[in-house]
Write a protein that binds this ligand. Structure first.
Ligand code: 5GP
Length: 194
């Protein structure tokens, strides 16, 4: 998605540890006009698929998922992160290793909002090692729902998550795939650029 790639080149900041900061339009301040274009693009890419629910993970996936959901006309469910083991009630739960914080936390979704018969599209802001998506996919699997695919705004293609999930047969659609990024020069290369 050219609009997104141009924006990443213009406003993205490359940090140590292979972290790309996009706080000015995606992760802190949010550019809703850009989100609208992102929503339309995911709808176009998943046009041939039946989706009745969007699943994301708090916090940064929620804003994007809400705009995307308008184009699918479906509700959004977000997996809640929990620092404690003390998860009460009727929930699906799994563990996720955080890329940005380097620790493991539990995520959970109430059984009330996901189950057999649901056709679920996963939405998230970033795909790096794939742990967040894997956790969400495990919850969909546990619930008996069907996993339609995953829509990712920015995939870091030099990290293994995307390739592994595709090899597992999950349809992953990323709107911008960063092939490489150089902290010292500030250069970002996208897949398909050359
Ligand atoms: P994964 O589970 O695929 O390793 O990492 C995905 C999650 O980590 C995303 O939900 C995102 O919040 C965060 N993340 C991973 N890499 C980056 C990055 O380079 N920049 C930002 N802002 N978040 C990232």
């Amino acid at each position: 998605m050219q609009l997104l790639k141009d924006r990443i080149r213009k406003d993205g900041k490359i940090k140590s540890g292979d972290v790309l900061k996009v706080d000015s339009f995606l992760n802190h301040q949010m550019d809703i006009k850009l989100f609208v274009e992102i929503g339309k693009e995911f709808k176009r890419r998943f046009a041939d698929y039946e989706v009745n629910k969007i699943l994301t993970i708090e916090a940064s996936g929620i804003g994007i998922a809400c705009i995307v959901a308008q184009y699918f006309d479906v509700p959004v469910v977000f997996a809640k992160k929990s620092k404690t083991k003390n998860i009460a009630g009727d929930v699906y739960t799994t563990q996720v290793e955080s890329f940005t914080h380097g620790r493991t936390y539990d995520i959970m979704v109430s059984k009330e909002f996901l189950g057999a018969g649901d056709k679920v599209l996963l939405i998230d802001d970033f795909l790096a090692n794939g742990k967040a998506l894997e956790g969400l996919a495990a919850i969909v699997n546990d619930s008996g729902a069907k996993l339609v695919g995953a829509g990712i705004v920015i995939e870091k293609g030099f990290q293994p998550g995307g390739d592994r999930l595709r090899a597992e047969g999950i349809r992953v659609e990323s709107l911008a795939i960063v092939e490489s990024m150089d902290e010292t020069t500030g250069t970002i290369c996208f897949r398909g650029d050359r």
